[in-house]
Write a protein that binds this ligand. Structure first.
Ligand SMILES: Cc1ncc(COP(=O)(O)O)c(C=O)c1O
Length: 392
């Protein structure tokens, strides 16, 4: 429960050989997102009272529970991948008018009804189903065993043909790929493997809108960036964006995972040029982060610009959920779910737990640090949220 493993990492390799996720791409991507119904930048909340209590210079939390009314950031990726895929088929630009053009009767006539398929622990599938529905297409969504029923219901509500399987996440991904091949469906998976890279690269690029919004809301770069990882696509995209935008001034970047799904931590610790999968059952409540195999494309970025990796128990996620729900002083509360809150929980623990003093020192965190965390989801499992935050 309170495991906390840390490894300091020396990044190597070059960003320019990886998927482009820098400011130029983010400009293009955010133009596309501006054309989506309900688009507006999510709030970047400054928690000044909590920062001074923790001994930090500043703490910023980006609240992705406000994204498109979907309670998580993930639709940024699925919508961009589906949108640009369809734009490519129609030969139209993926600009701010693209979404409206893709919904037109002419587009529908040319494309017919397509089926998009994916595997998801909740948020990505909801974003894919939402995008497919808005564009008048079908979606099929496979979920791993143990998925909270509320997360399934949210996807069914978007009109998807969705089901909870008896597979772990990584096997559900293989199943979705096999079904796509068998039925001629389009696989929209948020992780890459050799030979399947185009769509996951666009999904990662989709996340750069979130990174750009956060950077634009700050008057100077943060000194520390904490990013949670499942397959790592989000962490890779955001870390790569900040590295591209700020170069040598980029924030020190730390990737955070559940200890039972610690594939990035293991890969960084082994540091032998191979990717290492997590072993054993992935039983963390951080469902969005329960992925055992890193995304190959995002690892290329993280290995070039991540400085530390943490694998921790659910305690840190629960602490983060409570800290954000009941903040200090005049700070605004944030509804942050299991996968969303863990980075804030970890940053707070580093500043306050005696046993983590070596981590604090290794990361150079002190009263001059300006820390950025992203609360990537709200209360996507409300029963568990109430249990953790209110003890109900
Ligand atoms: C809320 C939330 N945060 C973070 C992540 C991690 O994203 P990635 O799998 O790209 O590492 C996910 C993935 O599903 C998620 O749902």
């Amino acid at each position: 429960m309170d495991t906390f493993n840390f490894v300091r990492y020396t990044p190597r390799g070059r960003l320019d050989g990886t998927v482009p996720v820098g400011p130029a791409v983010a400009d293009t991507v955010s133009r596309f997102h501006r054309g989506l119904p309900g688009y507006e930048p999510t709030p970047l909340v400054e928690l000044s009272a909590l920062a001074s209590k923790l001994g930090l210079g500043a703490l910023y939390v980006k609240d992705e529970s406000k994204r498109f009314g979907l309670n998580a950031f993930k639709a940024l990726g699925g919508s961009y991948a589906i949108g640009t895929y369809l734009c490519g088929r129609l030969g139209i630009p993926a600009d701010e008018n693209a979404f409206a053009r893709l919904r037109s009767p002419e587009a529908r006539e040319k494309l017919g009804e397509l089926t998009f398929v994916t595997a998801t622990d909740g948020n990505h599938g909801r974003g894919v189903a939402w995008s497919a529905r808005l564009l008048g297409h079908r979606s099929v969504v496979y979920m791993p065993k143990g998925t909270a029923p509320e997360r399934l219901d949210n996807i069914l509500a978007q009109g998807a043909d969705a089901s909870i399987t008896d597979m772990v996440y990584d096997d559900a991904v293989r199943h979705a790929a096999a079904m796509a091949a068998e039925h001629g469906w389009i696989l929209v998976q948020d992780t890459a493997w050799p030979g399947y890279e185009d769509i996951p690269a666009r999904i990662m690029q989709g996340y750069t809108t979130m990174a750009q919004e956060a950077a634009d809301a700050l008057d100077r770069p943060p000194t520390h960036l904490f990013l949670q990882a499942g397959v790592g696509s989000m962490a890779g995209a955001v870390a790569g964006y900040f590295a591209g935008r700020y170069g040598a001034e980029r924030p020190l970047t730390v990737v955070v995972e559940p200890d039972s799904a610690d594939c990035h931590y293991r890969t960084a610790k082994a540091d032998d040029g191979s990717l290492h999968a997590a072993a054993g059952p992935m039983d963390s409540m951080m469902a969005g982060l329960c992925c055992g195999e890193p995304c190959t494309l995002s690892w290329d970025i993280l290995s070039a610009c991540a400085d530390g990796f943490i694998a921790c128990g659910d305690k840190y996620s629960a602490d983060g959920m409570r800290l954000l729900a009941r903040p200090c002083g005049a700070d605004a509360p944030i509804v942050s779910g299991e996968s969303g809150a863990v980075t804030t929980g970890v940053a707070a623990a580093i500043m306050t737990e005696e046993r983590l003093a070596p981590v604090k020192e290794a990361l150079g965190m002190d009263e001059t640090s300006r820390v950025l965390c992203i609360s990537t989801e709200g209360d996507t499992d409300r029963a568990n949220y109430r249990k953790v935050v209110y003890g109900e």
